[in-house]
Design a protein around this ligand. Sequence first.
Ligand code: ARG
Length: 297
Amino acid sequence: MTESTPVRRAQGLTLVMSPPDYFDVSYAINPWMDPAQWSASAELLSQHARDGWKALRACYEGLGAEVLVLPPVSGLPDLVFTANCGLVLDRTVFLASYRHPERQPEQPHGRAFFDRLKSEGYVDRIVTPPGGMHFEGAGDAIWDAHRGVLWSGFGMRSSAGIDRVLAETFGVTAIPLELRNPHFYHLDTCFCALSQGEVLIHEKAFSARDLDVIRERVGADRVLVASDDDADHLGVNSVSFRDAAGRDDVVLCYATDALRGQLRERGYDVHVVDLASFNRSGGAAFCLTLRLDQTTR
Ligand code: ARG
Protein backbone atom coordinates (compact mmCIF):
# COMPACT_ATOMS: atom_id res chain seq x y z
CA MET A 1 0.00 0.00 0.00
CA THR A 2 1.34 3.45 -0.85
CA GLU A 3 0.86 6.29 1.51
CA SER A 4 -0.55 9.39 -0.11
CA THR A 5 1.06 12.69 0.77
CA PRO A 6 -1.49 15.07 2.23
CA VAL A 7 -2.51 17.76 -0.25
CA ARG A 8 -1.21 21.18 0.75
CA ARG A 9 -4.12 23.50 0.22
CA ALA A 10 -4.67 27.25 0.57
CA GLN A 11 -1.94 28.32 -1.84
CA GLY A 12 -4.07 30.92 -3.61
CA LEU A 13 -6.40 33.42 -2.00
CA THR A 14 -8.38 31.35 0.50
CA LEU A 15 -10.89 32.97 2.83
CA VAL A 16 -13.07 31.79 5.70
CA MET A 17 -16.55 33.21 6.07
CA SER A 18 -19.47 32.18 8.28
CA PRO A 19 -23.05 32.80 7.11
CA PRO A 20 -25.33 35.07 9.17
CA ASP A 21 -28.05 32.45 9.80
CA TYR A 22 -28.01 33.36 13.50
CA PHE A 23 -26.62 36.87 13.26
CA ASP A 24 -28.36 39.58 15.26
CA VAL A 25 -27.61 42.26 17.81
CA SER A 26 -28.83 40.78 21.08
CA TYR A 27 -26.13 42.11 23.40
CA ALA A 28 -23.91 45.18 23.40
CA ILE A 29 -20.14 44.84 23.74
CA ASN A 30 -19.23 47.89 21.69
CA PRO A 31 -20.93 51.26 21.12
CA TRP A 32 -22.22 50.30 17.65
CA MET A 33 -24.50 47.65 19.14
CA ASP A 34 -28.05 48.52 20.17
CA PRO A 35 -30.23 45.45 20.76
CA ALA A 36 -33.44 47.51 21.09
CA GLN A 37 -32.88 49.17 17.73
CA TRP A 38 -32.11 45.85 16.13
CA SER A 39 -35.23 44.15 17.44
CA ALA A 40 -37.39 47.02 16.24
CA SER A 41 -36.70 45.90 12.63
CA ALA A 42 -35.09 42.52 13.15
CA GLU A 43 -36.61 40.75 10.17
CA LEU A 44 -35.65 43.40 7.68
CA LEU A 45 -32.15 43.76 9.10
CA SER A 46 -31.58 40.00 9.09
CA GLN A 47 -32.61 39.76 5.46
CA HIS A 48 -30.32 42.66 4.65
CA ALA A 49 -27.47 40.91 6.46
CA ARG A 50 -28.03 37.72 4.47
CA ASP A 51 -28.06 39.67 1.20
CA GLY A 52 -24.91 41.57 2.13
CA TRP A 53 -23.07 38.43 3.16
CA LYS A 54 -23.98 36.67 -0.10
CA ALA A 55 -22.87 39.69 -2.11
CA LEU A 56 -19.54 39.79 -0.25
CA ARG A 57 -18.96 36.10 -0.91
CA ALA A 58 -19.90 36.51 -4.58
CA CYS A 59 -17.52 39.46 -4.85
CA TYR A 60 -14.61 37.39 -3.50
CA GLU A 61 -15.42 34.41 -5.66
CA GLY A 62 -15.73 36.66 -8.69
CA LEU A 63 -12.17 37.79 -8.01
CA GLY A 64 -10.95 34.20 -7.91
CA ALA A 65 -10.93 33.52 -4.16
CA GLU A 66 -11.82 30.19 -2.61
CA VAL A 67 -14.30 30.70 0.26
CA LEU A 68 -14.46 28.10 3.03
CA VAL A 69 -17.48 28.15 5.30
CA LEU A 70 -17.33 28.00 9.09
CA PRO A 71 -20.73 26.54 10.04
CA PRO A 72 -22.98 29.02 11.88
CA VAL A 73 -24.09 28.20 15.41
CA SER A 74 -27.39 29.19 16.98
CA GLY A 75 -26.89 31.56 19.91
CA LEU A 76 -23.53 32.84 18.62
CA PRO A 77 -24.47 35.88 16.53
CA ASP A 78 -20.92 37.24 16.26
CA LEU A 79 -19.46 34.02 14.84
CA VAL A 80 -19.98 35.68 11.43
CA PHE A 81 -16.92 37.82 12.23
CA THR A 82 -14.40 35.17 11.28
CA ALA A 83 -11.50 37.63 11.39
CA ASN A 84 -11.71 37.29 15.15
CA CYS A 85 -11.41 33.52 15.45
CA GLY A 86 -7.67 33.54 14.94
CA LEU A 87 -4.73 34.79 12.95
CA VAL A 88 -3.45 32.46 10.24
CA LEU A 89 0.06 33.07 8.96
CA ASP A 90 2.47 30.55 7.41
CA ARG A 91 -0.23 27.88 7.83
CA THR A 92 -0.09 28.35 11.61
CA VAL A 93 -3.29 29.27 13.39
CA PHE A 94 -2.95 31.46 16.46
CA LEU A 95 -6.34 30.91 18.08
CA ALA A 96 -8.49 33.62 19.63
CA SER A 97 -9.15 34.04 23.31
CA TYR A 98 -12.10 36.43 23.46
CA ARG A 99 -12.32 39.15 26.07
CA HIS A 100 -16.10 39.24 26.50
CA PRO A 101 -18.05 36.30 27.97
CA GLU A 102 -20.63 36.80 25.17
CA ARG A 103 -18.07 35.73 22.58
CA GLN A 104 -16.05 33.18 24.56
CA PRO A 105 -18.29 30.25 23.50
CA GLU A 106 -17.16 30.88 19.89
CA GLN A 107 -13.67 29.67 20.68
CA PRO A 108 -14.30 25.89 20.69
CA HIS A 109 -16.17 26.18 17.38
CA GLY A 110 -13.20 27.98 15.87
CA ARG A 111 -10.90 25.33 17.28
CA ALA A 112 -13.00 22.46 15.85
CA PHE A 113 -13.11 24.17 12.47
CA PHE A 114 -9.34 24.66 12.39
CA ASP A 115 -8.83 21.02 13.43
CA ARG A 116 -10.86 20.10 10.38
CA LEU A 117 -8.85 22.44 8.17
CA LYS A 118 -5.71 20.80 9.49
CA SER A 119 -6.93 17.34 8.57
CA GLU A 120 -7.89 18.66 5.14
CA GLY A 121 -4.44 20.13 4.53
CA TYR A 122 -5.24 23.85 4.78
CA VAL A 123 -3.18 24.55 7.90
CA ASP A 124 -0.37 22.76 9.71
CA ARG A 125 -0.38 23.93 13.30
CA ILE A 126 -2.76 25.41 15.86
CA VAL A 127 -1.45 27.36 18.85
CA THR A 128 -3.25 29.10 21.69
CA PRO A 129 -2.45 32.38 23.45
CA PRO A 130 -0.80 32.13 26.88
CA GLY A 131 -3.24 31.77 29.79
CA GLY A 132 -4.70 35.03 30.99
CA MET A 133 -4.11 36.85 27.70
CA HIS A 134 -6.85 37.91 25.31
CA PHE A 135 -6.44 37.90 21.58
CA GLU A 136 -9.14 38.61 19.00
CA GLY A 137 -7.50 37.23 15.91
CA ALA A 138 -6.80 38.95 12.62
CA GLY A 139 -9.08 41.77 13.74
CA ASP A 140 -6.26 42.84 16.05
CA ALA A 141 -3.27 41.44 14.14
CA ILE A 142 -2.89 42.76 10.62
CA TRP A 143 -0.22 41.25 8.42
CA ASP A 144 1.60 43.83 6.32
CA ALA A 145 3.09 41.69 3.56
CA HIS A 146 4.86 44.68 2.07
CA ARG A 147 6.99 45.35 5.13
CA GLY A 148 6.92 41.88 6.62
CA VAL A 149 5.53 43.15 9.92
CA LEU A 150 2.46 42.46 12.01
CA TRP A 151 0.51 45.47 13.24
CA SER A 152 -0.81 44.44 16.63
CA GLY A 153 -3.82 46.19 18.20
CA PHE A 154 -4.31 46.08 21.95
CA GLY A 155 -6.04 47.90 24.76
CA MET A 156 -9.71 47.37 23.98
CA ARG A 157 -9.94 43.62 23.26
CA SER A 158 -6.52 42.01 22.83
CA SER A 159 -4.17 42.25 25.81
CA ALA A 160 -1.17 44.55 26.09
CA GLY A 161 1.93 42.49 25.37
CA ILE A 162 0.25 40.27 22.78
CA ASP A 163 2.61 41.79 20.17
CA ARG A 164 5.57 40.07 21.84
CA VAL A 165 3.79 36.71 21.81
CA LEU A 166 2.89 37.12 18.15
CA ALA A 167 6.43 38.16 17.26
CA GLU A 168 7.82 35.11 19.00
CA THR A 169 5.26 32.72 17.50
CA PHE A 170 5.70 33.83 13.91
CA GLY A 171 9.30 35.02 14.03
CA VAL A 172 8.41 38.50 12.77
CA THR A 173 8.44 42.07 14.00
CA ALA A 174 5.14 43.03 15.62
CA ILE A 175 4.31 46.69 16.12
CA PRO A 176 1.92 47.42 18.99
CA LEU A 177 -0.76 50.04 18.37
CA GLU A 178 -2.91 51.07 21.29
CA LEU A 179 -6.65 51.35 20.76
CA ARG A 180 -8.53 53.60 23.12
CA ASN A 181 -11.52 54.90 21.20
CA PRO A 182 -14.41 52.50 22.00
CA HIS A 183 -15.83 52.94 18.47
CA PHE A 184 -12.57 51.63 17.01
CA TYR A 185 -12.12 48.72 19.36
CA HIS A 186 -10.40 46.33 16.95
CA LEU A 187 -7.42 47.42 14.90
CA ASP A 188 -9.19 46.44 11.68
CA THR A 189 -11.84 49.13 12.27
CA CYS A 190 -9.25 51.88 11.86
CA PHE A 191 -6.26 50.36 10.03
CA CYS A 192 -5.99 48.49 6.75
CA ALA A 193 -2.87 47.24 4.97
CA LEU A 194 -3.42 47.57 1.21
CA SER A 195 -1.97 45.10 -1.25
CA GLN A 196 0.41 47.58 -2.94
CA GLY A 197 1.90 48.69 0.37
CA GLU A 198 -0.15 51.72 1.37
CA VAL A 199 -2.03 51.69 4.64
CA LEU A 200 -5.45 53.23 5.15
CA ILE A 201 -6.05 54.60 8.64
CA HIS A 202 -8.50 56.60 10.67
CA GLU A 203 -6.31 59.08 12.49
CA LYS A 204 -8.67 59.77 15.38
CA ALA A 205 -8.36 56.18 16.57
CA PHE A 206 -4.66 56.55 17.40
CA SER A 207 -2.45 58.50 19.75
CA ALA A 208 -0.05 61.08 18.29
CA ARG A 209 2.78 58.78 19.18
CA ASP A 210 1.33 55.80 17.33
CA LEU A 211 0.57 57.99 14.31
CA ASP A 212 4.27 58.86 14.23
CA VAL A 213 5.17 55.19 14.43
CA ILE A 214 2.85 54.40 11.51
CA ARG A 215 4.13 57.27 9.34
CA GLU A 216 7.73 56.47 10.06
CA ARG A 217 7.35 52.79 9.23
CA VAL A 218 5.12 53.20 6.18
CA GLY A 219 6.34 56.50 4.77
CA ALA A 220 4.03 59.50 5.06
CA ASP A 221 3.18 59.47 1.33
CA ARG A 222 1.84 55.94 1.60
CA VAL A 223 -0.48 56.58 4.54
CA LEU A 224 -4.01 57.19 3.24
CA VAL A 225 -6.27 58.96 5.67
CA ALA A 226 -9.94 58.04 5.84
CA SER A 227 -12.41 60.81 6.58
CA ASP A 228 -14.76 60.66 9.55
CA ASP A 229 -17.56 59.80 7.14
CA ASP A 230 -15.65 56.78 5.79
CA ALA A 231 -14.56 55.62 9.23
CA ASP A 232 -17.99 56.11 10.80
CA HIS A 233 -19.42 53.72 8.18
CA LEU A 234 -16.58 51.25 8.83
CA GLY A 235 -15.13 51.82 5.36
CA VAL A 236 -11.63 51.33 6.75
CA ASN A 237 -12.60 47.77 7.68
CA SER A 238 -11.66 46.65 4.19
CA VAL A 239 -9.99 43.70 2.52
CA SER A 240 -7.24 44.25 -0.02
CA PHE A 241 -5.46 41.66 -2.13
CA ARG A 242 -3.99 40.97 -5.51
CA ASP A 243 -6.57 38.87 -7.34
CA ALA A 244 -6.33 35.94 -9.74
CA ALA A 245 -6.15 38.37 -12.68
CA GLY A 246 -3.24 40.25 -11.10
CA ARG A 247 -5.33 43.32 -10.20
CA ASP A 248 -5.15 44.95 -6.79
CA ASP A 249 -8.54 45.12 -5.15
CA VAL A 250 -10.07 46.83 -2.16
CA VAL A 251 -13.37 45.42 -0.96
CA LEU A 252 -15.24 47.62 1.49
CA CYS A 253 -18.74 48.48 2.62
CA TYR A 254 -18.57 52.23 2.16
CA ALA A 255 -16.36 54.81 0.51
CA THR A 256 -16.83 58.52 -0.03
CA ASP A 257 -15.99 59.82 -3.50
CA ALA A 258 -12.77 61.16 -2.02
CA LEU A 259 -11.70 57.74 -0.72
CA ARG A 260 -12.70 55.98 -3.94
CA GLY A 261 -10.71 58.57 -5.86
CA GLN A 262 -7.62 58.09 -3.72
CA LEU A 263 -7.76 54.32 -4.08
CA ARG A 264 -8.36 54.40 -7.83
CA GLU A 265 -5.57 56.90 -8.33
CA ARG A 266 -3.22 54.44 -6.65
CA GLY A 267 -4.33 51.71 -9.01
CA TYR A 268 -6.89 49.80 -6.96
CA ASP A 269 -10.14 48.34 -8.20
CA VAL A 270 -12.72 49.41 -5.62
CA HIS A 271 -15.60 47.07 -4.80
CA VAL A 272 -18.30 48.44 -2.53
CA VAL A 273 -20.65 45.90 -0.91
CA ASP A 274 -23.40 47.20 1.34
CA LEU A 275 -22.95 45.67 4.80
CA ALA A 276 -24.94 48.18 6.85
CA SER A 277 -26.65 45.47 8.92
CA PHE A 278 -23.25 44.29 10.10
CA ASN A 279 -22.25 47.87 10.92
CA ARG A 280 -24.92 47.65 13.61
CA SER A 281 -22.72 45.10 15.33
CA GLY A 282 -19.54 47.12 14.73
CA GLY A 283 -18.42 44.99 11.80
CA ALA A 284 -17.88 45.15 8.05
CA ALA A 285 -15.92 43.48 5.23
CA PHE A 286 -12.62 42.70 6.99
CA CYS A 287 -14.37 41.37 10.11
CA LEU A 288 -16.43 38.98 8.00
CA THR A 289 -13.34 37.51 6.35
CA LEU A 290 -10.37 35.45 7.53
CA ARG A 291 -7.43 34.89 5.18
CA LEU A 292 -5.66 31.55 5.22
CA ASP A 293 -3.12 32.24 2.51
CA GLN A 294 -0.84 34.83 4.09
CA THR A 295 2.84 33.95 4.48
CA THR A 296 5.87 35.74 5.86
CA ARG A 297 7.99 34.77 2.83
N1 ARG B 1 -20.00 42.57 17.61
C1 ARG B 1 -18.66 42.12 17.40
C2 ARG B 1 -17.78 42.45 18.60
O1 ARG B 1 -18.01 43.45 19.21
C3 ARG B 1 -18.11 42.72 16.16
C4 ARG B 1 -16.76 42.20 15.78
C5 ARG B 1 -16.22 42.78 14.52
N2 ARG B 1 -15.01 42.19 14.17
C6 ARG B 1 -13.88 42.84 13.86
N3 ARG B 1 -12.87 42.14 13.45
N4 ARG B 1 -13.77 44.14 14.00
O2 ARG B 1 -16.89 41.74 18.95
